[in-house]
Design a protein around this ligand. Structure first.
Ligand code: FAD
Ligand code: NAI
Length: 468
């Protein structure tokens, strides 16, 4: 029997590890349980971090080939060393996961390696890989067990030819052809990586648009940009089967609305049709812990499940499956358990697609506002009219701001452009403080910066942008 803890967190992804650290900072005696060899969950091991390492490296590769000559830099055609690029990705992951180990030690958090099962309220059993079990006594339990890739019925993932994001992050050669199933964030990010390195990418999407949930204006323009980069989109189409052949794969495609089936040959197929909550082995059914139709653990406004002392956060509960959403919930529940007023503002959670250019969004889309019957005004400012963008050969995209027609309060901001994922935060901070487009327009912005386009869009909601 191990010590008694104030809090035991099951899972050390961004939700779990951040929750554990904040709880320890607030004076709790904390344990974490992790079944994987390294800490950090999906995000650090097989998600955000390795994908961004490859996105950065492949973007540099592409720039060396296409942008350098325009800048007067002649280095010849770049040569790909894929094992070295993968080593950069692996080093980045190791350095980040090692960082969590350090932070656990620094905050005196006890880490148990093994699969956690909630034996009862206040009791967690950890089963290590060698089968040995440890019982933990704990006042509170936070479930932070995350999510796994969803699969298509009848299609068997082997992580070599038919892959999820996990396999797509470690291909040992650049495929000639890559079929991406699902035009969501994973498909477009990892499709970009392999397209930049030389693959012909075909994206099959069930709906008649890419990036559902993002502002439609943004999604349409972004689709045109990706098409220029060589992506082939088959919208309103579904994959109904994939057959393995000697030379590769043959996928069967059908129009979503019904119609004749066609086939498509490919080397690799990436299944990126969403992720589903992961609760296997936790013993939730035995305890009667409620889950919704989509398998998500049901929680109240304070992350409590239907059982006292058992809470859940991150991808395993409702809401966007994003690392920063999980982190913020981790902090909120730690604060709630410490008797404070932990809270997450779900209306200001930015979303970023880390492609080139990036797509970033916070708050309401134009479609949301129309559906909710909110009277709004919209303004756009293109990066073609921004001096810094021209100097950086990055004139693609725009900033779009949506504000309440009556009060001028900013309700949403959507950016397609280089560095959009950094720029979006000025809109996020503004919105967190209930700011107006006039507040943004009156804030002095350094020149020359890409962020001036954000201000110019805000000016467009008032007396007019200066540079268009
Ligand atoms: P997870 O990170 O999934 O962690 C859950 C942890 O629980 C895992 O370590 C697992 O081993 C452990 N676990 C599960 N069951 C048990 C058990 N019974 N006992 C012990 N341990 C257990 N989000 C972003 O915001 N930005 C991005 O750029 C981004 N990129 C992504 C790229 C990819 C390819 C993928 C797949 C996802 C990406 N995401 C991104 C999403 C992000 O990774 C998730 O939203 C985030 O990791 C969720 O955090 P979590 O703590 O809820 O769960
Ligand atoms: P997603 O939900 O973003 O996109 C899935 C896409 O697949 C949708 O466009 C959907 O319409 C389509 N689809 C569903 N079924 C289909 C079918 N049978 N045939 C064809 N298309 C189909 O899911 P994705 O890309 O798998 O990512 C999972 C989660 O991971 C997302 O919730 C996302 O938030 C998170 N993530 C976040 C990243 C970021 O923040 N940059 C990066 C990668 C993942």
């Amino acid at each position: 029997m191990a010590d008694t803890f104030d809090l035991t967190v099951i899972g050390t992804g961004p939700g779990g590890y951040v929750c554990a650290i904040r709880a320890a900072q607030l004076g709790m005696k904390v344990a974490v349980v992790e079944k994987w060899p390294s800490f950090g969950g999906t995000c650090l091991n097989i998600g955000c971090i390795p994908s961004k390492a490859l996105l950065h490296a492949s973007e540099m590769f592409e720039e060396a080939g296409h942008t350098f000559p325009q800048l007067g830099i002649e280095v010849g055609a770049p040569k790909l060393n894929l094992p070295a690029m993968m080593a950069h990705k692996d080093d980045t992951v190791a350095s980040n996961t090692g960082g969590i180990e350090y932070l656990f030690k620094k905050n005196k958090i006890t880490a148990f390696k093994g699969t956690g099962k909630i034996a009862a309220q206040g009791k967690v059993t950890v089963t290590a890989e060698d089968g040995s079990a440890t019982e933990i006594e704990t006042k509170n339990i936070v479930i932070a067990t995350g999510s796994v890739s969803a699969n298509l019925p009848g299609i068997e993932i082997d992580e070599e030819k038919i892959v999820t994001s996990t396999g797509a992050l470690k291909l040992d050669k650049v495929p000639d052809n890559l079929l991406v199933i699902g035009a969501g964030v994973i498909g477009l990010e990892l499709g970009s990586v392999w397209a930049r390195l030389g693959a012909k990418v075909t994206v099959v999407e069930f709906l008649d648009r890419i990036l559902p949930g993002m502002d439609l204006d943004v999604a349409k323009q972004f689709q045109r940009m990706l098409s220029k980069q060589g992506f082939d989109f088959k919208l309103g189409t579904k994959v109904t089967g994939i057959e393995k052949t000697e030379s590769g794969l043959v996928a069967t495609l059908e129009p979503t609305a019904g119609g004749e089936a066609t086939t498509l040959e490919t080397d690799i197929a990436l299944v990126s049709i969403g992720r589903i909550p992961f609760t296997d082995g936790l013993g939730l059914d035995d305890l009667g812990i409620e889950r919704d139709k989509r398998g998500r653990v049901v929680t109240n406004g304070h992350y409590k499940t239907n059982l006292d002392g058992i809470y859940a956060i991150g991808d395993v509960i409702a809401g966007p499956m994003l690392a920063h959403k999980a982190e913020d919930e981790g902090i909120a529940i730690a604060e709630i358990l410490a008797g404070q007023a932990g809270h997450v503002n779900y209306s200001v959670i930015p979303g970023v697609v880390y492609t080139n250019p990036e797509v970033a969004s916070v708050g309401k889309t134009e479609e949301d506002l129309k559906a909710e019957g909110i009277a709004y005004k919209a303004a756009k400012f293109p990066f073609t009219a921004n001096g810094r963008a021209k100097a950086m050969l990055a004139p693609q995209g725009f900033v779009k701001i949506l504000a309440d027609k009556e009060t001028d309060r900013v309700l949403g901001c959507h950016i397609v452009g280089k560095g959009a994922g950094e720029m979006i935060h000025e809109a996020a901070v503004l919105m967190e403080f209930g700011g107006s487009s006039e507040d943004l327009a009156r804030t002095c912005h350094a020149h020359p910066t890409m962020s001036e386009a954000v201000r110019e869009a805000a000016l467009g909601l008032g007396d007019g942008s200066i540079h268009i």
